[in-house]
Design a protein around this ligand. Sequence first.
Ligand code: FES
Ligand code: FES
Length: 258
Amino acid sequence: MTEEQAPEERTEANATPTAETDDEGKPMNVSRRDFLLGAGTGLVVTAAGAGGLFALRRPASATPTQAPAPAQAPAQAPAQAPAQAPASVTGPTLPATHRNVTLNIDGKSHTLVVDVRESLWEVMTYKLSMASSNVGCDRAQCGACAVLVDGLAVNSCTVLAARLGRGQKIMTVDSLSKSANPADLHPVARAFHEEGGLQCGICTRGFIMSTYALLTHNPTPNEADIREALAGNICRCSEYPKIYESVFRAAEDMRKKA
Ligand code: FES
Ligand code: FES
């Protein structure tokens, strides 16, 4: 083959058959240049994402209205969900660990949010700024934190505040005094004051509340009754003789008053 023969032998019929025919050998109405330009356009389409732009290359007769449907569906779903959710919320939502409760303490209602793990003592002290009870052990062993719930002495360091929002009546030592004047004290509180039933005072509020619970159920207790009723209260200063004297004195004063 000579250099002059080669161009002549490459007729348009046989020199570029793959560029102008499809895989089945049928003629195509595109040139190699058209094909390369088309391939370049295809890369851009691929890089841009086949979702929306692929529809732009479809012929007008290829039902273009159905092609965008998959792209529109996910776009509408997340847009509607957040818009509908707040409409169904009727009030403030709380974490699963919190409750909205109303505590009745010394005849006054306190509505607040509490953590279900908070003790009554923690809520009264830290959330209601009350100084109505002392904490000694913080583990139900000393009774220093005692308050009454529906007339029964309980350790406020251990009972959960979230359990006391059903109308229970919580009573602290504040209910037993109108002022710091001894004349304004309830007979139980005044007896401890006048008989000296305390030393450091850490345990005193708890002893007073346990004594009040005893005397409202038993106006004439003997020493065994007192020891049993106050068994849950510990005085680290060991003021027990004066504490018992205070209980006898309180019982006497309450009987006189009745
Ligand atoms: S502080 Fe509550 S029992 Fe000791
Ligand atoms: S007076 Fe101090 S603990 Fe009782």
